[in-house]
Write a protein that binds this ligand. Structure first.
Ligand SMILES: Nc1ncnc2c1ncn2[C@@H]1O[C@H](COP(=O)(O)OP(=O)(O)OP(=O)(O)O)[C@@H](O)[C@H]1O
Length: 376
């Protein structure tokens, strides 16, 4: 089922929770709504479900205008963060609930309901727990049951509000993979809310980044990461260092630091450089292209990478910068806490002063470390 959102807006008591926004979701797509707390993700999801009315705009499911259609009649499955299972019902009864309450004309007979519940429990791989009560389940199991319950009426659209928010990191990861394969196997259209960047990037066909009730960017995860359209998206995706720079005499400067734009057509203005932690190198030597002296504060192995936190010396706004290295780079550089080294970007995204969107991507040519050994 495709979904079209046209100029949907929502005000809560004078507060504009959603500014008029548009979004098209293709049949079978999995969309992640990503944004900070209060950006309007849940409100948008609830409006799509029909649990909340919009103040303006229209919503279409395929070609059908469902703007004023009751939630019950939209054929939408909804999964909440807090499971919302009925405590007094067994797992099987919980899954059957959506079918039991259908009106007589639509309700399958008792045998059919039993067979459908058995099939759903098999789908979510929890057949052996059919007779248990929710309080006898783990968080991950509860959430799978909540999913089975949402799927009982064969919805064509599945809406999930922070479905894995209450689970620990390992279970979260397993359930993400499992949800994605279920989505692909059953072919429904899914929209889920998250404020976890990794979750959005890993699960979604496209990510909708929201802030202050507006859509900042809609893109597939690779594009979103490669080309964040605005400073907000950059900041929100994380792991980025920001440098305010003034341009004069062929250099960008900030305090005692400087960087030379690498190409003739590089922007020659004041602005901000956004530098991702894995695109920043550290060296014991300075060079005439970049001089960003830093002191190493800590060296933290994080899985397959090492995060080195550094304190800018004589430049910056007091914030600590992050640099991500591989373990072998770290060994090669022989870095130690407290040492003075020099940071240099390999890639930066330049936002001209007063311009918070459409950055210019700047690549510095690779310089062999031996070639860096000269004084400036
Ligand atoms: N029923 C309501 N009455 C008044 N204000 C509301 C209501 N529901 C939401 N809001 C406000 O609308 C804004 C958007 O809320 P919403 O729940 O959609 O954000 P969100 O992005 O889902 O946030 P979170 O990640 O914290 O759940 C918030 O400022 C919230 O306080």
């Amino acid at each position: 089922m495709s979904i079209r959102i046209e100029n949907i807006a929502k005000v809560f008591g004078g507060f504009q929770a959603l500014s008029p926004l548009n979004l098209e979701v293709e049949k079978g797509e999995m969309i992640g709504l990503l944004g900070p707390s209060g950006s309007g993700k849940t409100t948008l999801l609830r409006i799509i479900a029909g649990l909340e009315g919009a103040d303006a705009g229209r919503i279409y499911f395929h070609d059908r205008d469902v703007t004023h259609v009751h939630a019950r009649d939209r054929r939408v499955g909804f999964v909440f963060q807090n499971y919302a299972l009925f405590r007094h019902m067994t797992v099987a009864e919980n899954v059957a609930f959506g079918l039991d309450v259908l009106d007589k004309k639509q309700r399958p007979n008792r045998q059919e309901i039993k067979a459908r519940v058995a099939q759903l429990l098999e789908t979510v791989q929890l057949s052996h727990l059919a007779k248990r009560y929710p309080q006898q389940l783990s968080g991950g199991q509860k959430q799978r049951i909540a999913l089975a319950r949402a799927l009982a009426t064969k919805p064509e659209v599945l809406l999930l509000d922070e479905p894995f928010g209450a689970l620990d990191a390992k279970v979260r990861k397993e359930l993400r993979r499992w949800l994605r394969s279920l989505h692909d196997e059953l072919g429904f259209t899914s929209i889920f809310v998250t404020h976890d960047q990794d979750e959005a990037l890993e699960l979604s066909d496209r990510v909708v980044v929201m802030s202050n009730g507006k859509i900042e960017q809609v893109d597939d995860p690779v594009q979103l990461y490669a080309k964040p359209a605005s400073q907000f998206v950059f900041d929100f995706l994380g792991n980025v260092n920001v440098l305010d720079v003034n341009y004069s005499a062929g250099k960008w400067t900030n305090g005692e630091a400087f960087l030379t734009p690498p190409h003739e057509d590089s922007p020659t203005q004041n602005g901000k450089l956004f530098i991702r932690s894995h695109e920043l190198s550290l060296s014991a030597l300075k060079n005439n292209t970049a001089s960003l002296p830093v002191d190493i504060i800590s060296i933290n192995p994080v899985g397959s990478d090492v995060r080195v936190d550094v304190q800018p010396v004589g430049w910056g706004d007091g914030k600590i910068w992050e640099c991500k290295l591989s373990h072998s780079e770290l060994r090669h550089l022989a870095l130690e806490r407290g040492a003075r080294v020099y940071a240099a970007p390999r890639v930066a995204y330049f936002f001209a002063e007063g311009n918070s969107a459409d950055p210019v991507v700047i690549h510095w040519p690779f310089i062999k470390e031996q070639a860096l050994d000269f004084t400036i």
